[in-house]
Design a protein around this ligand. Structure first.
Ligand SMILES: C[S@@+](CC[C@H](N)C(=O)[O-])C[C@H]1O[C@@H](n2cnc3c(N)ncnc32)[C@H](O)[C@@H]1O
Length: 316
């Protein structure tokens, strides 16, 4: 009752990032496999994301889980939400072991909080099978908890997939290569912390149980078979930290080809050209005209900074 609703919108972040980059397959309905679907959080989130995009994309979802009772709950919830949203959604539950299930050709595979329940070799094999199930215009969306161990395992998996050549990373990284820079320090991990307005009943459950303080925290990875980055360009940095504002400065950590680097603006250098650095939040991408120095990107008066919010539906 709590987690399925509270976690559903995690998938909207990568889904809208793909849509904004015109990187969703043209097939309608969009054929989706929801692996380890449980009570349907990812499928429900896709319905909401499609609704927020304002485009009535139909969905044909095959939901695979070894828990038949959970799939029953998912089927009822998906049917009800699709009706309320006026979307054409077919939902086919399949009780099966995700690690061995045959995957038909689809446009999207979503894997929500499943990998951390599998042994490491099974994770890689599963993701490789998911990549084999999509076409060149498709995507595999993986959501994992924002915990250090599970997120770092996802970063390692990212690097293995890149090394084997089975897939390319679309998001969250603007850095196409391996290794993931957050693996350099055992205390680092890359994760999202997005604001979310929970529906009233879920908010009340959260208040009573203290199941979640605030924010929607998760790690994610979007893989494609063809290279494409959420925002292209050598100066494109994904912001991977909250902002820090020591006296007279504005600082965030950005991730790009050079690794994790501090992006710093001394307030006395603030101009219209660089103001977007202060406007940018964790999860945004900033394109900065200045190259990195030894240990930071120093944004000065004539440095151009352009903020991208890849997960914001166009026109919203
Ligand atoms: C934490 S839940 C996640 C449910 C949903 N995807 C979400 O994002 O909220 C993990 C789900 O994976 C399923 N699962 C774990 N191992 C599995 C396996 N080998 N084959 C099929 N399902 C599995 C569990 O039954 C459970 O429903």
């Amino acid at each position: 009752m709590f987690f399925t609703i509270a976690d559903a919108m995690k998938v909207a972040v990568p889904f809208v990032e793909l849509a904004n980059r015109d990187a969703l397959p043209a097939a309608r309905p969009l054929r989706v496999i929801d692996l380890g679907a449980g009570c349907g959080a990812m499928s429900l989130g896709l319905i909401e994301a499609v609704t927020r995009l304002g485009s009535p994309i139909g969905l044909s979802i095959t939901a695979i889980d070894r828990d038949a009772a959970a799939l029953g709950i998912a089927a009822a919830a998906v049917r009800q939400l699709a009706t309320v949203r006026g979307l054409d959604v077919t939902f086919t539950p399949r009780t099966d072991d995700a690690t061995g299930a045959k995957l038909a050709s689809v446009d999207l595979v979503v894997i929500g909080t499943l990998l951390n329940e599998l042994a490491a070799p099974a994770r890689q094999a599963l993701v490789e099978r998911a990549l084999a199930a999509i076409g060149d215009d498709g995507a595999v969306i993986i959501i994992e908890p924002a915990l250090r161990e599970t997120a770092r395992a996802l970063h390692e998996l990212r690097d293995v997939i890149l090394a084997t050549g089975a897939g390319h990373v679309f998001a969250p990284c603007t850095r196409a290569g391996a290794p993931c820079p957050s693996l350099a320090n055992p205390n680092d991990w890359c994760h999202e912390d997005r604001t979310i307005k929970l529906p009233p009943l879920t908010r009340e459950l959260s208040r009573l149980t203290h199941l979640r303080d605030d924010g929607m925290k998760f790690s994610y990875l979007v893989l494609r078979r063809q290279p494409l980055s959420v925002v292209e360009g050598p100066g494109a940095w994904r912001i991977v930290s909250p902002s820090r504002s020591p006296k007279g400065k504005h600082e965030v950590t950005g991730c790009s080809d050079p690794g994790w680097v501090s992006l710093r603006l001394l307030r006395r250098h603030r101009t219209d050209a660089n103001r977007d650095l202060e406007r940018a939040d964790r999860g945004d991408v900033v394109v900065i005209s200045a190259p990195p120095g030894d240990d930071r990107v120093e944004v000065v008066a004539d440095t151009a900074v352009v903020r991208h919010v890849p997960a914001k539906p166009r026109g919203s």
